[in-house]
Design a protein around this ligand. Sequence first.
Ligand SMILES: [Cu+2]
Length: 391
Amino acid sequence: MSLRNKLCSLLALTLVLFSSNLLAVQPGEFGDTVSEGGGVWLTVLFWTVIIVLIGQGLVILGRVLQVYELSTEAAGTKKRIPWNAINASLFLIMLVVGLYFTFWEVKVHGALTLPAAPSEHGKNWDAMFTATLIITMFVFVVTHILLLGFAFKYRKKKGSKAFFYPHNDRLEIIWTSVPAVVLTLLVVFGYVNWNRMTNPAKQAEDPIVVEVVGRQFNWLVRYPGSDGELGPRDYKLITSANTLGVDFTTQTSHDDLMPTEIVLPVGKPVKLILGSLDVIHSAYIPTLRVQMNTVPGMPTFFYFTPTMTTDEMRAKTGNPEFEHLLYCNKICGTAHYNMAIKVRILSEPDYQQWLREQQPVYSDDMKEQLQSAQSGEVGISPENKSLALNY
Ligand SMILES: [Cu+2]
């Protein structure tokens, strides 16, 4: 092995060991999400080292064969190793093994994807995903059969001669226009669906309004209460008691509810009004195919209609613990991974029952806290003060 090769291998190995050791400090903090005994990074290190060792083994094997060839040459019984045939066969093996692992990947990891969307727009979302996957999978399989199969079929043989074939207009037109048409169809399909999901003019008249506001590091939820109208809010009014800065001097805010979970009735259109108190977050309910950025100072929206209750989803998935969770999907700081809130879908009567059980946030206790804040006893906490100033 040349000095350059040795140095490169050493450098690669050092980089792998160095980065993995640095990252290996983290796993303990994630608790039960990582397997015991060093966790995910040790697994990554293990496989990286194995791959590097296999690579090194192949290099050594190549050198040994070269030495063998040279020694037979020196002994006068020259035996040529048929490298062309070996390389061509490796292409064929690569094709078979590669396609097998593609099939395995679809079968094993394909089964781990999300269950079918229990929301109206989610069905279109799933259809787009499936269509894109089928088209790209078809192209992937066909091009790899051609690429690796031809490398085998047209391997160098005795007496074979390369055929000079520089240009074919018809082929150029076909392989340019077919992908162009397919991609245009996918984009139009996506545009129509996106428009259906986000255009307010295409939404139901009277959706259930829920405000969801992100902050480092949790979600605050607000329902408009019996008057159907959310009270206005102002970042200057944020205190440790009034976390959203709701203006309680207006009547519309008095019946606002602030539950610690999102509860929705099945089959009713929902309008999520999304906001943020600090940095950009992203409200993400993967099982319902809902996602929208939450941006400080700029309300965003997402409309959707759940089509199954959480109980029905539990029965369908065979998982008695199934829950929809609204996550943050924008890396927003150290405890980003912890930003999740439960989304429960109930039948209409159960939802009404839940709604009746909720107490308005403007309680006697809140009135007291607001008064003492006004008289300077509590005031804006230092944490929230900096929050308000940075808004
Ligand atoms: Cu986040």
